[in-house]
Design a protein. Structure first.
Length: 503
């Protein structure tokens, strides 16, 4: 099956808009109803793709190795909430309805169980730990004995003396623990519409700050800071926004921010807490970015994604610090800063990254191209082309990906020319996939030739599989026919690539 990314993007755009609106308005609101109609209109094209499985990451949805709508904040938030609840993939089957998507929204915010029937044609796949928790909860619900009713109290003629209420806990003399009260205050701030109510809630949070800090619970502090950041998007009054910033600043001094950044890269952090840390570190990007660069370089590669997510969430708030980090004499620091600058999504960063593609260190050149890939836009295509001849295999691979992300069909000619000169299989694979992603009229002929067995020099199964992945990105009947042909190929690598593309 050819990958119709256009149909997927249209459907996800409508889904992201609806998700945002359902968190602001009731289902009967005209804006929500209109968004639901947009989902309905986008579903037939999505159903034509058959059963689709999207991977859920902390920062977005992934399909066939592509990050879907990476700059759509609504989709990123939906994916982040699902990830925090242990969801690692969703399977969307033909026949899905807008109501089923509403059920998925309920899973994201915790109102719907991942195995609830309301999800209909959407199957939610949990990570191992989340599956164990869900199974345990289900078993407890099935086998828990019914609580016996209390025995009847015999009537008493005289009224008993009033019983004094139990004294408040000595640990929390005011009743609720500070973290619980702070969470409730943040929720109240996000739902408050009157300015006086908002100011009163902020003052309440200001009074709670010393008690919350005394708990030394980084996760709780991160959750409150993340909630304050979300409330900024709903409040327009500059004075109230400034007051919110002051409370967040009081909660997150230098030592607290450093502990948040360190905690973000630890291996055994609960998903919900990690999601709060990502949002909080991102919200504090103007002060956390330098710490993130340092921590990122000291963290094993398999644990770095949370730092990328935080910098993507920080956006332009972190660019000033990251631009100063680019001036470092340490190539590793420059490379990390360049990659994070691309995650900011700011088009103004493109000239700086383009300049770094000519840096003396290959790590910096690769990171700059990866940053440009995140930015996208046709204007990055031509500046990335010289890197196709770079001495470094990693840089040439990153250049092919950047040109593909730019979306300039005219660049296909350059990519095809490089195919004839490239010797490294990894770079060849990146070039073939880029040609398929751009989808020029002559892409089918080129990819079909590289998918064929034989050739001089003989094409390896790895290169042929890459050509098949490129074919899968072409929305053409001929491409589908070739995929069906290679699904019966005798080479296991080629066969698996074709079968995966047809799903």
């Amino acid at each position: 099956m050819a990958i119709d990314t256009g149909a997927v993007d249209r459907a996800l755009g409508a889904i992201g808009t609806t998700f945002r609106l359902t968190r602001l308005y009731p289902p009967s609101h005209p804006a929500v109803l209109e968004a639901m109609r947009q989902i309905t209109g986008a579903l037939p094209a999505l159903a034509a793709l058959g059963t689709i499985e999207w991977k859920i990451g902390a920062t977005g949805l992934h399909w066939h190795g592509q990050h879907l709508l990476p700059r759509n904040t609504q989709i990123a938030e939906l994916a982040g909430l699902l990830f925090a609840r242990g969801v690692r993939a969703i399977q969307v089957n033909p026949g899905v309805t807008p109501e089923h998507w509403l059920g998925l929204f309920g899973v994201a915010v915790g109102n719907v169980s991942p195995d609830d029937a309301v999800l209909g044609q959407i199957t939610v796949m949990l990570g191992r730990r989340a599956s164990q928790r869900l199974s345990a909860a289900r078993v407890l619900g099935e086998v828990a004995p019914a609580v016996p009713a209390p025995p009847p109290v015999p009537p008493m003629s005289p009224s008993p003396p009033p019983v004094a209420p139990p004294p408040a806990s000595g640990l929390f003399p005011e009743g609720l623990p500070p973290d619980v009260e702070a969470r409730r205050a943040v929720t109240a701030l996000q739902t408050a519409s009157a300015a006086d109510e908002q100011r009163a809630t902020i003052e309440r949070l200001r009074r709670l700050t010393p008690k919350l800090l005394a708990l030394r619970d980084i996760g709780a502090i991160a959750e409150v800071v993340a909630g304050l950041d979300r409330s900024l998007g709903k409040i327009q009054d500059p004075d109230i926004q400034e007051a919110i910033g002051e409370v967040a600043g009081a909660l997150a001094d230098e030592a607290i921010v450093e502990r948040m950044v360190t905690r973000l890269g630890e291996a055994r952090v609960p998903p919900a807490e990690r999601a709060h840390l990502v949002r909080a570190v991102g919200a504090l990007g103007a002060v956390s970015a330098a710490l993130v660069v340092d921590a990122y370089l000291q963290t094993p590669p398999e644990l770095r994604e949370a730092y990328r997510a935080a910098m993507r969430d920080a956006g332009e708030r972190a660019t000033e610090i990251l631009q100063s980090q680019v001036q470092s004499k340490v190539p590793e620091v420059v490379a990390a800063a360049a990659e994070f600058l691309g995650l900011s999504g700011s088009p103004q960063i493109a000239p700086l990254l383009i300049g770094l593609t000519r840096h003396g260190d290959e790590r910096v050149r690769e990171a700059a191209l990866l940053g440009l890939t995140e930015l996208g836009g046709r204007e990055i295509s031509r500046p990335a082309m010289p890197a196709l001849k770079d001495e470094s295999v990693l840089v040439r691979t990153a250049a092919a990906r950047a040109i593909a992300a730019a979306g300039d069909i005219g660049a296909t000619t350059v990519l095809v020319r490089r195919l004839e000169q490239e010797k490294d299989e990894g770079v060849l694979a990146a070039l073939l996939k880029a040609i398929g992603q751009l989808g020029a009229p002559d892409a089918l002929e080129v990819l079909a030739r590289y998918a064929e067995p034989g050739g001089r020099p003989r094409r390896t199964p790895f290169v042929r599989a890459a050509a098949i992945e490129g074919l899968a990105r072409l929305d053409r009947v001929e491409a589908k026919a070739l995929l069906e042909l290679y699904a019966r190929d005798k080479e296991p690598t080629v066969k698996r690539a074709a079968e995966a593309s047809l799903r």
